[in-house]
Design a protein. Sequence first.
Lengths: 414, 228
Amino acid sequence: MSIQLGIAVTHLVNRKRPTLVSLVGIVLGVAFFLAVSSLMRGSERDFIKRLIDNSPHITVSDEYRNPRVQPAALRWPEGAVEVRRVKPLNEVRGIRGHAQKLAFIESLPGLRVAPVLTGSVVLAFAGRTQGVTLTGAVPSQMKRVSTIGEKLIEGSLDALASNPNGLIVGVGLAKKFSLRMGSVVNVASAANEARALKVVGIFRTGGASYDETQTFVSLKRAQNLLDRTNRINRFIIQLDDPYRARDAAALIENRTGYKSVSWLEASEDLMSVLLVRNIIMYSVVSAILVVAAFGIYNTISTIVMEKTHDIAILKSMGFHARDVRRIFLVEGIMLGAIGSVMGVLVGLGLMGVLGQVSFKPPGATQVVNLPLYWGFEQYLLAAGFAMISAVGASYLPARKAGRVQPVAILRGMG
Amino acid sequence: MSAVLAAEGVGRVLPGEIPVTLVQDVTVAVERGEFAVIMGPSGSGKSSLLYLLGLLDTPTSGRVLLEGQDTSGFGEDELASTRLRKLGFVFQFHFLLAEFSVLDNVLLPVRRLGELAEDAARQRAETLLDQFGLRDHRHKRPHQISGGQRQRAAIARALANDPSVILADEPTGNLDTQSGANVRQILRDLTHDFGKAVIAVTHDLTFAKAADRQIGIVDGRIDPGWRM
């Protein structure tokens, strides 16, 4: 053990109460840091998981990120003549050559894709009408990319395959229209197509708007109703690793030319809210440790004041200023290190207790536990911040100790 | 004999609105094996001169030579290292660190110097304590032994790194007659038996008489006509 460490240990051991108070401050600071960080990051991950689970990781739509340039503008970019009132040809919207594009997307590793056709229709039943979104999909493909099958509280997605006139509605819409399994509703589209469809499934996602306005039919039925035979206007893609979505979307957009939006891009505002929330959370929990660091500052400052004579003696003996500084920095490091280790243990206990807390949120059907994050990096972060605080708190008294002039003290003592 | 420690025209002025002169134009040399005392009235600059000779303070004029080496260009770290290796201090109050045992107090400078392995360092410290009759007290804290024993422990600590010069500031000023005589004899033996130079500040006439030389100082200057 170095001489500086020996003196530092002796100082702390001989001042049990202030040392203990400083330690308790750091222990509680680290423990609360961990508990709050674990809760906040747990809820963040829970939120992102729901976001990832309930929405496509990538949606390729029949739109372009930037409007296509007219051939004439490409041919004569500096042209001085402008042709006005040019009307584009009416065309059936959808992804062109979707079979080839689907084959390309399916060739990419680690993803699953389902082609769908989505449009707006009017639903009429018992004298009530409402515009809803109609999504046509192949049930077996849809199951691979969507959790909608798991959200069905009645019926099944496969019923769309067995019944070409089957319709799946959300619980909100079913309630609004007093629909039940087997109810027959009229569905009409802007393409002057109408059809009577039978309710073969009712889902509940928990999103009120989605549950009131979203409906599902088979892909063929949607193509008939929207008058887009053999067309699809979206690819819904799920990835094994959702965090690859941005890169994969860029690759698909680059190759297909159609706008590919990853869930990260679609949720950028939410992600920035989460970032701000994290900054606020870490600022608050770090403030706890800064306050705890004042305890260390107080303890070490007191030791420096009490030990001014000893410091003068050590320096007269031949100790360098840096030796003296090191003694008090080591005291801060020891308090920080011991406090961090104990704080992590107490924090783990606290997290264990929080993990046992279960409750039923208003409107929910299931009891939920507090979402906790147990990732290793937050322990390092808490301990690291505690160490920085402790070293920072001991630096000023240590510097003061290093500047003690032995002659001034010895004269006063003599 | 050669001067182990010498001051050449040394002066020390404390800066301020009204500068205070502590020591002025002092030239003095102490030989190896010499026991010299600095005497003078209170406030005459005895301790200030001792601190300058002990490299605890730096002169504002003149220079201090230790073993022939001019120390005037030394930085704070170099002065500290020189004190650690070549000088030992004994003060009026023992100034042992209260939280350490007598043995650990003696070990402090040895451990800081770091030239001896732990076993050898302990051996050296125990030998010194043995010489000063403190072997049985080595594990005691300073407050558990008498004033005379503490001062002997402080001398043992001063000798721990085998310095060439011992500087003592009123080493018997806080001791009873018997303990004072004991300390005086130890310092005396250090010069005669071990060739150390001892420079001590004292008011104690008996102590001063035991020295080889008495240096008088009045108003910060050496008084050539000083008589005890």
